[in-house]
Design a protein around this ligand. Structure first.
Ligand code: SF4
Length: 189
């Protein structure tokens, strides 16, 4: 099973997933990662007292920390927050970031949308990504292109994990200079 969080890491570099899943090597939690996790937990707690206006919604049923499992999609994960309005349900993610969401964040959110549609009698046409730093909220549409890219990334991860095959390194070598796993990528350096 693939966790939607892994789509974000996969977009950063597929090898991060390989090391986590197929080897005893694990990324150490940096101070920055720890701060991000703590900020995420704080935001989750505060969200319970807030209105839904930041998502352009006037009303809806909120559910926190929703565990979902869809074996046919090879997905298993826990959404921070979902909001249901009539026949539609939207996943919402909080991130401690000053940058707008990248493709990794979009695929992570889309995977929660796919999980919602697979496990509930609902449609999930979009999700929301909220920066706890800038307080900006982005609506991410789950269009056909994003759904295909998300499913393709899940299939690729699943294949190299099952085969225990190390994938190609990220083509963006600049990422490697600040990666905690660089000592294990001898072919890059
Ligand atoms: S050092 Fe580069 S190729 Fe290796 S895991 Fe880190 S980002 Fe990926």
């Amino acid at each position: 099973m693939i966790n939607p969080n892994e789509l974000r890491q996969y977009h950063y570099c597929p090898r991060v997933i390989f090391y986590e899943r197929c080897t005893p090597v694990h990324r150490q939690e940096t101070r920055r990662m720890q701060y991000g996790r703590e900020a995420h937990d704080t935001e989750n707690a505060l969200e319970k007292q807030r209105s839904l206006q930041r998502y352009g919604l006037h009303e809806g049923q909120r559910e926190f920390n929703v565990v979902m499992h869809a074996p046919n999609l090879e997905l298993l994960g826990t959404a921070d927050l979902i909001v249901t309005v009539e026949s539609e349900t939207y996943p919402i993610e909080f991130k401690d970031s000053t940058r707008p969401p990248d493709l990794g964040h979009e695929m992570q959110l889309c995977a929660y949308g796919l999980l919602l549609e697979a496990t509930r009698n609902t449609s999930s046409p979009r999700g929301y990504w909220h920066s706890t730093r800038t307080r900006e909220t982005y609506a991410i549409e789950f269009d056909t292109k994003l759904r295909k890219r998300t499913k393709a990334a899940i299939a690729d991860m699943s294949n190299f994990i099952k085969a225990e095959r190390c994938p190609e390194p990220t083509p963006q070598v600049a990422k490697c200079f600040e990666c905690e796993l660089r000592n294990f990528c001898a072919d890059v350096f």
